[in-house]
Write a protein that binds this ligand. Structure first.
Ligand code: Y12
Ligand code: CO
Length: 174
């Protein structure tokens, strides 16, 4: 399955994603294609909406201490719901849909999430650290929210200016 990344300011990133109802071959094919696509583009997290599929599905493959992303660490998260959240942490985030831009974002330090796996089995993740941050970042995508929406007015303005410049440069170099 060929996947294409949707990049800001594409309005398709703003859609509220639909719940997954069928845990079928079509879903498995999409998840199977998302993983190599994410690794190839140096990502650690990817929501289906970022590759033109506005459904409530995301994957995460966080690096270990050696910086590797072992496939056994792959998490496929379908229809997630936050059931507990507390604390505060700040991390410099990036997003495959907002290339070449990283900014500090404040999030909950600890989250508990109920979700389904690719076969529809109900599971729970109790997360803190990078996993908690990445889950919140990816779950925001399901609501059409991007990490740049969480910046202060001044930082967002600076971002818009820099991003427009970067897009122009990329267009001219093609
Ligand atoms: C902490 C913070 C954010 C997340 C969400 C997942 N984000 C990513 O996986 C970001 C990936 C990313 C990859 C890039 O590299 C390429 O595109 C080749 C990148 O670099 C450029 O755009 C040039 C930017 C972001 C999880 C945890
Ligand atoms: Co993202």
């Amino acid at each position: 399955m060929k996947l294409n990344i949707v990049e800001y300011p594409d309005r398709r990133l703003r859609k509220k994603c639909e719940a997954v109802k069928a845990f079928d071959k079509k879903l498995h094919k999409l998840l199977d294609a998302m993983h190599p696509f994410m690794l190839k583009t140096n990502g650690i997290g990817l929501a289906a909406i970022q590759v033109e599929h506005p459904i409530r599905a995301l994957i995460l493959n966080l690096p270990d201490e050696e910086g590797e992303q072992p496939p056994e660490n792959l998490l496929e998260v379908i229809n997630p719901v936050i059931v507990e959240q507390n604390g505060e942490t700040t991390y410099q985030e990036g997003c495959l849909s907002v290339p070449q831009f990283y900014e500090d974002v404040k999030r909950h330090e600890h989250v508990v999430i109920n979700y389904q796996d690719r076969d529809g089995n109900t599971k729970t993740i109790d997360a803190d650290g990078l996993l908690a941050i990445a889950l919140q970042h990816e779950m925001d995508h399901l609501e059409g929210i991007l990490f740049i929406d969480k910046l202060s007015y001044a930082r967002r303005k600076k971002f818009e200016k820099e991003y427009k410049k970067m897009q122009k440069e990329r267009k001219n170099s093609k």
